[in-house]
Design a protein around this ligand. Structure first.
Ligand code: OOG
Ligand code: MG
Length: 262
């Protein structure tokens, strides 16, 4: 093993350990370690490899920081991607296991269920829509392993983009309409906390999935048929605490909710 792979493994272990202990850690880059975006994706891959070795199954991928709201609030101005496993999927209206989470936040997203494999280069939003079996609405529960959700792009890539849980709405339909015009109303305990339209995500959420296909193609990987893809939060994420219920209503894609036990 080279020193380099030892370091990749060391950071993957560090982040996995923070997740298991439910304790926030300092960002990798704050330790003085210089990690490139490429190193960060290698740490992410090593972290997922450990989860798969422990019995989890990869079921999809997600984009992050694909809307202006998310980029502005997180102070990171480039999109990224991460990997979803079956352990991240929560049943609809499921209760969040708050004792397993550090400081969860919830964000509304358009979700794509892929009908065909897709890999760049040159994948367009049109190609994505043609390869999509269905779209639905979803809520992603993010839970950065870094204190106060403070990180740089390499830090958050290494941390699998703060991935923790997600829930899917029950209306699954073919995307034969303009996703950019679908409205979204985010509520916490019945109060509207944010509103947006699909266009908040790169003009159209299908553009985000095209970006993923092109990102993966560059690394010799592909989007796989059957994968679930979260295209990125449309609005700022909202904190969820014990007893809270967060829901999002997405025009014709219906409603999706998640709650935290009191
Ligand atoms: C990073 C994850 C971003 C999204 O949808 O933009 C993300 C974070 O905000 O902690 O999942
Ligand atoms: Mg997200």
């Amino acid at each position: 093993m080279t020193d380099e792979t030892a370091n990749i493994d060391k950071w993957a272990h560090h982040l996995l350990d923070a997740e298991r202990r439910c304790e926030a850690v300092a960002p990798i880059t704050s330790s003085g370690a210089e990690i490139s975006i490429d190193d960060a994706y290698q740490i992410q891959a090593a972290l997922i490899a450990r989860k798969v070795a422990a019995g989890e199954t990869v079921i999809g991928a997600k984009l992050g920081l694909t809307s202006a709201a998310k980029q502005r609030t997180m102070g990171v101005h480039e999109p990224l991607y991460a990997v979803l496993t079956d352990a991240n999927l929560l049943p609809a209206e499921g209760a969040l296991p708050m004792d397993r989470l550090i400081h969860p936040r919830v964000e509304p997203e358009f979700v794509f269920v892929m009908g065909e494999d897709l890999a760049g280069p040159g994948v367009s939003a049109q190609d994505v829509l043609a390869a999509t079996a269905a779209v639905c609405c979803g809520l992603e529960v993010i839970d950065s392993r870094y204190a106060d959700f403070k990180f740089t792009l390499p830090d958050v890539v290494a941390d699998n983009a703060s991935t923790a849980r997600f829930v899917l709405g029950s209306t699954l339909i073919r995307p034969t309409f303009d996703l950019s015009l679908v409205g979204c109303v985010l509520e916490r305990n019945g109060d509207v906390v944010a509103t947006a339209a699909g266009a908040a995500v790169m003009g159209s959420p299908a553009e985000a999935v095209a970006l993923l296909a092109n990102f993966l193609g560059r690394r010799g990987q592909r989007i796989q048929a059957g994968w679930v893809i979260l295209s990125g939060g449309l609005t700022d994420a909202v904190a969820i605490g014990a007893g809270d219920h967060v829901s999002a209503t997405f025009g014709r894609l219906g409603r999706v909710g998640v709650h935290a036990a009191a």
